[in-house]
Structures are given as structure tokens and as C-alpha cells.
Design a protein around this ligand. Structure first.
Ligand code: SF4
Length: 764
């Protein structure tokens, strides 16, 4: 954060810079001169180079940065972009009161791609309570004029959002409505700065008035369908499912912010000004000290240690992973310093517990068409930020089931007569045992068959319909009696996810299959076969007149997934599916997948629940002759990944990568993220040839998760490791691709929001 100007044209009485304990602004130069900007930029660039950072953020702050004037502002932006950008991607932001925003400034911000946040406390009455000029006059009209400018088409992309400081005297709904009317992409609701020495105002003696105020906003925001991000709520929702908070107000994300004052001195976050005089001071300067020298100072290093850096009371708190002890400055108490819970502890606890209860009670989302605005609350944001939590994955799986059911209706309506028997049995079972039908239809390759059948609608291939096999599998699952004609493919009858019966005669045709809970009987021309089950599905049946091949399952995260090397429709991946693998080979797969699960839990624990909830099948692929890793997802086969066998850590990467494709494919079934008419192609780091938009979107989303894996592995392996190289490479590829997508003009509003979340997740 660069304090480019030390004075402000407003005199807000709640400002921590001028009105709180630290008054060091009085001795600072009025503005940051160019030599200081260049020195700061040099330090940032050197740090990015030394640590091979692919992106850094610089926020222009004050005082009021617009007091610099357009000419000096241009010099600052030029110096920052010119010095830092050769070393690392630069995310440039500015926080302003908006009073002096002009077209000249906005054009400059477009030219240098600066994201602008504006401070506004609500409607005129709310804003006038604190945000006034020194002469007492209102700033409301000027700020709203500035916000109106940022809403214009030409400048809209530079509008970062609104920052609002809460005052209990303001009606929460009126504040929310006033902020919403400005159409910001994001709102930051900030608790007014307080410490145990200067406790939060609680005018009417209620114990948690800030929690109640925020909950009122939250409920209105939810009722409105969450039209924009409210960072505090999104952070708490994200951390509730193990994700990042993305900010220093809540959660355990390491703080990575340092401040440069107008004279070039390094400081800690300036919210500390609220604690005591000199609290943010470091005694170091950009002219004499590097970022590394600043970042090892105890006050900064402590804020990177997560749970370990918190007070004992916080470490024992049941909501600590979401709360994180609140803002560091709010923990201050004379005597014990910052080794305390937040002065807002009671409010934070109440807010988090209440929000979690609301999340748990949210009705199961229903599938919808249309753009992202119609999707269930927060789904686009949660998936976009890479947190494929179990709730989101189950929603997608249910929507996929609904699509498969709709496809079967279409097949039955348009298909050949051979589909009729399967359809009628499924319809009967849907009344008697709907769970068994659902389980059969969730097999990933049922949809692959249905799409293929629709492509060849009206063509009877003469071997009966696979729908009969699906229905027979449902009957087996339901444990009911049924008789049906089923196709025989080269002597084999397939029951998806149950197994296959190989008959002696390798002919193609149909057979009559009779299933009961105890046995199956097959009549195929003159052939007879019988399978007798002893009631234990884990044991092979006694078989007469045929050979039995059971569907096998792999242990995965406390559950099991299908090892699909039988289904006749599985060979739809980029590489050929392997034939039925031998028992020793299957055992080797079991070990590889178990090790992959351990690696997923260690590397991306916040992804693990989603992968476990969603992944249904692994299809073994034929090995690459050169030993190159192979993995693949088929667009119509949700939650099934094709893999060539590799070691556990490599298999973990491939599973997470391919599962991301499945998740995004399912999301694209519900919501257009790009306009299909867009035929342009984009260059990406991971391929030599320019890619179509959907390919870039899929690659970007998959690589977001892979970046996260390598981030964790790099943390363990250290800065000189291969893991570190990989992390930097994937992060750069993903960030560049997200940028390219956002600048392509091909994304729908939902797509922009989704890719924006990807970019934020990378930056967090
Ligand atoms: S709710 Fe209170 S005790 Fe719990 S983590 Fe937050 S500040 Fe600490």
C-alpha cells in the first residue's frame, strides 16, 4: 500500500489516519515524490524477482490519493508499471473518497488499468454522519457523482467496489439499499476501528449489536439473490467450507500487506494507528531496506502464522478458522498488546454462528436455466473461487441427474421400439424404488449412451437397447423381480455399475434376463446361464453356463468409487480405454488411488470434500508408450475421470485436474459463461496453439486447482524446489489466461463474475 498523499480533502471524524491514537501524519511530506515512488517500485520489483512472484498488488492510498492531481498521478502510475511490470504482473488499485474523481482521472485509470474503490457510508443521512468536509458540509453529492462516472460503460471495468464503515445509528437496510443502488461489483462493510482500550460503541447495551446490524444486511442481500459480492459474508461463507477468506478482517489467511508512507518509511498496516501512537512504525525505509527485511519484523511475521499467532482463547474457539481473531488492530489491549481476542469477539462469534446456521438451513438448490443471476445463491462464486465444496458438488450432481432423466425421456420418445421395454421397467421402478433408479442413472456413461442414441434417433441397431441394461441394473439394485430383453454385445451382457456376464457364444443379439434378489437367469437362443447370489453382494455368485465379471470399486477417502473397465460406452475419452485389467493390476490401481487421496487431503484439503462427494468413477486408459501421464474427462460423463496409472502424487494432480473439468462442464450445462457466437481464439501458456474460449475457460479453471496443489507442495519443499517452479508456472499461466478471458469480450456477465472469482482466488 503506497500512501501517495498524506492529507485529505474530507474531515471524516471516524478516520483512523487523522482521528485516532497515531498522529504521525503531521510530520510526513504532503505527497510521495517521484524518487520515493521509484525507490518503492524498485523494492517491490526486486522482491518479486527474488521470490519469483508472478503477481503483486499495489494499492494507492492516502490521505486522499486524488489530491496528487492528474499529472503527478500519471507519473506515479508510469513509474509503478514501468519498474514492476518487467518483474511481475501488477494488480494496481486505488482507494479514494471519490470527491475529485473526473473524466481525466478515469481515462488515466483505464490507460494504466487501475481498479478504483470508493468510500461511501450509505444514504445521505448515513454518509453525512461522518464523511463531511472540514467546514461541515456534506460530501454525499460529489461522491455519488464520482460513483456515477465509474458506472459508465467506458469506466465500468475500473470500478472495484464500495467501502462502507458501519455506524449502528444508521439503518442497516437503508445503508444496504443506498449502496446497492450504486451497482458496485463488491461492497466492503467495515467495523469501525476499536480496541479493548477504546471498545466498540454499544449505545443501547445490547451485547452483539454489530452482529445484528450485519445479519439484517445479510438477510436482505440473500433475499435479493446476492446481486453483488459483500466481502465479509463471502469470506465467512468461503471459510465455512474450508476455503480462503481472501482478506485480513477474518480467517487465517496470512497477511501480506505492508505500507509505504509518503516519506518512504515502511509501516505495518495502518489500521494499527488505532491502537497506540507509533504502533505501525518499523523504523525502516524503502531507501535503505528491502521487503524481506520488513517482512521478518515480529509484528508482520506473526500475522503470517495463522492459528499459532492467535491468543489462547482464540485458538480454543470453535469458530476460529472463520474468525481468525478478527482484524489484528482490534485485538489491542494495554498490557497484553495484541495477544487477545478481538474487541468485537462477541459480535464476530454471534455473526459467524448465525450465518453458519443460515447456510445449513438453506433449501436444496434447484436446477435452473439462464444466466448466473438465476443460479442458487453463491454457487457461481463458490465454484469460481475453486472451492468445489460438497454442497456445490451435490447440487451439480443432482442437476446432472435431472439432465440424464430428461435425455432418457427424449430417447424413449424418439428412439426405436427396442427402448420401450427398458423405459417401462424404469418407469415401474421409479414408483417402487426411486433411489435405485437414481443410482443407476447416476452412472456416468448412461448419459454418454443417451446422447449417442439421440444422435442416431430412429435407428434401431438391432441389438436391443442399452436402456434395458440400465433398467435391469436398477432392478438389481432395488432387489426386485423383473424380466427383460437385454442386448448381447459379442457374447457379453453389461449391467452398468453391477457387472457383466460373458456367454460362451460370442454372438450379438438379445437375451432374456430374469432377475430376482437371489438369482439371475439368462436365455440366449439355445444357451442357458444362471447366476446364484447368496445375499452377499461382495461375494461372487455361483455361475453356471457363463463367466461373471463384477464391477469393481476402489477405496477413496472413506468411500468407494467405481473402477470402470467394463462399460461399453466408457471409450469416449481422448485416449483409448483399457480393456478389463487383471487382478494384480487392479490391486496396483487401488494403491495408486489410495495414495492419491492422501495427497489430495494433504495438498488441497478444502477441495477434498468436494472431490469425495462428487467423483464416481475412474476409467483406466491405455498407457502412453513414452510414459507420459494421461488423463481425460468426457464432456457427457460427469464425475468420471480417465487415467493412465501413475504414482500417487501424480494421480492426485490428474484427479483434481479432471474433476475440475467435470465441475465446470456441469456448470456450463446450467449457465452460459461465454457467448457461443464468439469464434476468436486466445493464446495460453500451457499450449502452443491458440485455443477456443471454452478450452481456455476449462484450462484456466483446471489450472486454478493445480496451482493450489503446487502451492502447498512448494511450501513444504522450499523456494528452490521443482514444486516452487511448478507453482509459479501454473500460477502465471492461470492468471494470464484469466486476464485474457476477461479482456476477450467473449464472456457473459456470469462468465465475467466467474472468471473474476478465479482471478481473486489466485491473488488471495
Ligand atoms: S470469535 Fe472471539 S475468541 Fe473466537 S476467534 Fe474470534 S475473536 Fe477469537
Amino acid at each position: 500500500m503506497l500512501k501517495v498523499h498524506s492529507r485529505c480533502d474530507l474531515a471524516c471524524d471516524h478516520c483512523y489516519v487523522y482521528e485516532h491514537a497515531d498522529q504521525s501524519w503531521r510530520d510526513r511530506p504532503l505527497f510521495m515524490d517521484l524518487a520515493t515512488v521509484e525507490a518503492a517500485a524498485g523494492r517491490i520489483a526486486d522482491h518479486a524477482t527474488a521470490h519469483r512472484l508472478t503477481a503483486v498488488s499495489v494499492v494507492l492510498h492516502g490521505g486522499e490519493p486524488l489530491l496528487l492531481g492528474p499529472r503527478r498521478m500519471r507519473e506515479v502510475l508510469q513509474a509503478l508499471r514501468g519498474r514492476i511490470e518487467p518483474a511481475s504482473r501488477l494488480d494496481l488499485r486505488m482507494q479514494s473518497n471519490g470527491v475529485r474523481l473526473s473524466e481525466e482521472y478515469c481515462d488515466l485509470f483505464v490507460e494504466y488499468d487501475v481498479q478504483v474503490g470508493i468510500s461511501l457510508d450509505g444514504d445521505r443521512a448515513a454518509n453525512d454522519r461522518h464523511r463531511r468536509f472540514a467546514h461541515g458540509g456534506s460530501s454525499h453529492a460529489q461522491v455519488r457523482r464520482g460513483l456515477g462516472m465509474l458506472r459508465r460503460e467506458a469506466y465500468r471495468r475500473q470500478f472495484a467496489g464500495i467501502l462502507c464503515t458501519i455506524d449502528l445509528a444508521n439503518d442497516p437496510i437503508a445503508v444496504y439499499e443506498a449502496l446497492r443502488a450504486e451497482e458496485p461489483p463488491r461492497i466492503d462493510l467495515l467495523l469501525p476501528h476499536a480496541t479493548w482500550a477504546q471498545p466498540p460503541r454499544r449505545p443501547d447495551g445490547r451485547p452483539t449489536p454489530y452482529a445484528q446490524w450485519l445479519l439484517a444486511v445479510h438477510d436482505r442481500w440473500t433475499a435479493d439473490g446476492r446481486p453483488m459480492s459483500i466481502r465479509l459474508f463471502d469470506s465467512l461463507r468461503s471459510t465455512a467450507t474450508g476455503g480462503h477468506s481472501g482478506n485480513e478482517w477474518v480467517g487465517l489467511d496470512p497477511a501480506d500487506l505492508v505500507v509505504v508512507e509518503t516519506d518512504g518509511t515502511w509501516e505495518q498496516v495502518d489500521s494499527l494507528k488505532t491502537a497506540y501512537a507509533g504502533a505501525p512504525a518499523t523504523g525502516l525505509s524503502v531507501f535503505t531496506h528491502s521487503v524481506d527485511e520488513v517482512s521478518v519484523l515480529p509484528g508482520i511475521a506473526r500475522r503470517q502464522t495463522g492459528l499459532d499467532g492467535l491468543a489462547a482463547e482464540c485458538r480454543a474457539c470453535p469458530v476460529v478458522r472463520q474468525c481468525g481473531g478478527g482484524l489484528f488492530a482490534h485485538r489491542y489491549r494495554e498490557g497484553s498488546g495484541f495477544d487477545n481476542p478481538s474487541a468485537y469477539c462477541a459480535d464476530l462469534k454471534e455473526l459467524i454462528v448465525s450465518l453458519n446456521a443460515r447456510m445449513t438451513a438453506e433449501p436444496a438448490p434447484v436446477p435452473v436455466d439462464g444466466d448466473g443471476a438465476d443460479l442458487p445463491d453463491g454457487l457461481l462464486d463458490r465454484i469460481g473461487s475453486g472451492h468445489t465444496d460438497a454442497h456445490a458438488v451435490r447440487f451439480l450432481a443432482d442437476s446432472q441427474l435431472a439432465i440424464t432423466r430428461a435425455l432418457l425421456v427424449a430417447v424413449a420418445d424418439s428412439g426405436p421400439a427396442s427402448t420401450r421395454a427398458g423405459w417401462e421397467l424404469l418407469a415401474r421402478l421409479d414408483q417402487e424404488a426411486p433411489e435405485a433408479v437414481d443410482a443407476a442413472l447416476r452412472h456416468p456413461y448412461v448419459r454418454v449412451w443417451a446422447v449417442d442414441a439421440l444422435r442416431h434417433a430412429g435407428v434401431d441397431r438391432g441389438a436391443g437397447s442399452h436402456l434395458s441394461c440400465v433398467a435391469a441394473a436398477a432392478a438389481v439394485r432395488a432387489g426386485v423381480r423383473a424380466q427383460i430383453e437385454v442386448p448381447v454385445r459379442v457374447g457379453v451382457i453389461h449391467l452398468p455399475s453391477v457387472g457383466a456376464v460373458a456367454l460362451p457364444n460370442p454372438a450379438t443379439g438379445t437375451a432374456t434376463l430374469t432377475v430376482t434378489p437371489e438369482s439371475w437367469t439368462i436365455r440366449h437362443g439355445a444357451e442357458r446361464a444362471r447366476l446364484v447370489f447368496d445375499g452377499d453382494p461382495a461375494r461372487d455368485p455361483q455361475v453356471v453356463g457363463a463367466r461373471w465379471q463384477a464391477s469393481r470399486r476402489l477405496a477413496f477417502g472413506g468411500t468407494t468409487i467405481l473402477f470402470e473397465d467394463l462399460d461399453p460406452f466408457r471409450d469416449c475419452h481422448d485416449w483409448k480405454a483399457a480393456e478389463r485389467v487383471s487382478a494384480p493390476e487392479f490391486a496396483a490401481w487401488g494403491e495408486a488411488v489410495a495414495r492419491a487421496w492422501a495427497a489430495i487431503e494433504a495438498d488441497v484439503p478444502h477441495q477434498a470434500a468436494g472431490v469425495r462427494a462428487g467423483l464416481r468413477a475412474v476409467v483406466p486408459l491405455v498407457d502412453d508408450p513414452t510414459g507420459t501421464m494421461r488423463s481425460s474427462t468426457a464432456r457427457q460423463a460427469f464425475a468420471s475421470v480417465g487415467l493412465a496409472r501413475a504414482d500417487g502424487p501424480a494421480t492426485a494432480v490428474m484427479i483434481v485436474h479432471e474433476f475440475q473439468h467435470s465441475v465446470l462442464g456441469a456448470l456450463l450445462d446450467l449457465c452460459d459463461l461465454f457467448t457461443p457466437e464468439h469464434t476468436g481464439r486466445l493464446s495460453v501458456g500451457w499450449r502452443n496453439d491458440p485455443r477456443p474460449i471454452e478450452g481456455v475457460l476449462q484450462g484456466t479453471y483446471a489450472h486454478l486447482a493445480i496451482t493450489d496443489i503446487w502451492r502447498q507442495r512448494a511450501r513444504r519443499a522450499g523456494a528452490d524446489s521443482v514444486a516452487h517452479e511448478r507453482h509459479q508456472q501454473y500460477r502465471a499461466w492461470t492468471a494470464d489466461a484469466a486476464d485474457a478471458l476477461l479482456g476477450s469480450g467473449a464472456l457473459t456477465p456470469a462468465g465475467e463474475r466467474f472468471v473474476g472469482r478465479i482471478a481473486e482466488a489466485l491473488a488471495s
